[in-house]
Design a protein around this ligand. Sequence first.
Ligand SMILES: [Mn+2]
Length: 317
Amino acid sequence: MEREILNAINSSLCPLIITHINPDGDTLGCASAMKSFIGDKADILIQIEDNFNFPSSYSFLPYINNAKNFSNIENKYDLIIALDIASIDRMIGSAREIFDNAKNTIAIDHHKTNKGYAKLNHIRGGISSTGEVLYDFFKNLNIEITKEMAVGLYCAILTDTGCFKYESTTSHTFEIASELSKAGIDTSQIADLCYTNKPKNLILFQNNLVSNAQFCLDDKIAYTLISQEILKKYNAKDEYTEGICETLRSIKNVEAAFVLKETTNGVKVSIRTKEIDATKIAQKFNGGGHKRAAGCTIKLKLNQALEALLKETKTLL
Ligand SMILES: [Mn+2]
């Protein structure tokens, strides 16, 4: 399949690389590396939803500043390359249309849930990042990984492994990091660019939520509530809540952490756990996810949702 994908890229006149909606470092890093490999004929499309700020910290990635968006994208592409996109639902609006109309389509991804929606699929579920899948793809095809490509690949792997902390990080992931570092990139500078460029309001908002956290059952459960009021106070974008639940879980003795956000469609709950299975809690409310990180939406008022959630969690502790 890797060879077929390379042939499709080589024979395309006008390929379009698509990142997933509300992009992260993995999808953007991969898009940057792929564009760097293909060259002039390729474009990148970045999909941004209304209440989402493009993470400007990633603008250091080669070609990302000149990427297309929904306002200036044309329907002229003969090949679509979807990177890090778990399902077709992660493409919206004109992206979906362009994908459906394209003569040929490719998906390169690492999500276990990816069922292979493209004509040519290269999916390796469970690998740390699409960055790792893409690195191996280039290597297996004897494609030289330039310093420019290495920047995107390193950013992708660094961010999707939580700086090499998550369980999916293997010895092979470290080998790749080592190879990319040998390509001449400044790994320390890339980490700084990814992690020390946050909006002021994001940090103030997160600090507020952490300092208002509540604890119960001898600190086994930690939670914080996000009302519409506080979202407005900090003019908080959707991505501002990322990482708060992990912070609460990182506290000694905490076994389960929750962030409950009031939305117009009910209460959006993030769940992070240490030993207990987070999906067991999420599934009670028709949600899902991974063993230590899951989520669900509860169609109740904020305080009622909290009560229901605590009741379910206490049976597991
Ligand atoms: Mn990813």
